[in-house]
Write a protein that binds this ligand. Sequence first.
Ligand code: VGL
Ligand code: ZN
Length: 202
Amino acid sequence: MKTLLIIDVQNDFMPSGSLPVPHGDQIVPLINSIQNNFDLVLATQDWHPKDHISFASNHNGKSNFEVIELHGQLQTLWPDHCVNGTLGADFHQDLNTENFEAIFRKGTDKTIDSYSAFYDNGHLKSTGLTGYLKEKGVTELFLCGLAADICVYFSIIDAFNEGFDCTFIEDASKALDNDGFEKLKKEMIHKGIKIVNSESLL
Ligand code: VGL
Ligand code: ZN
């Protein structure tokens, strides 16, 4: 069961959104072009309450992109983004969502952030995605989306650790910080995660 997991292709992560990922909109046609080549297509949405702990606006005197300590871990404070039910949380309007069998929402608990599609950042609560994939008989997982260095990266590491055969689709993903992402890519390769371009999946 060859499965595509599309991470957070949402308006707030687009160049005109509140937490823009450079060239984030360029991945939309690529993701649309490969969907038919998968047996199962799944997606995630970052889906925060307004009072989410990851928003700088919910911390007095703190600025966007400042890093604080939270539950013994470092937490970057973000601009308000992907607030549940808002236009910013919607998928990009050109993303083909017809084939999505299921959508997993994350970051819904206001007290903790959740970069990965599988677990919150404390690895305490699961989204149920591992169980869903195992019940469906998924072994081969292909990941793409936004942002490559945050939610896609943490999702792929968790997927790998859960025992899935993982492939990162590089040109169907864009990073917030490209220099930082080069190091993460090396880590992925070292672990045994495969990296391909969308063309090879057509
Ligand atoms: C993301 C920062 C905050 C992402 C989500 O989807 O990569 N990044 N929330
Ligand atoms: Zn978020």
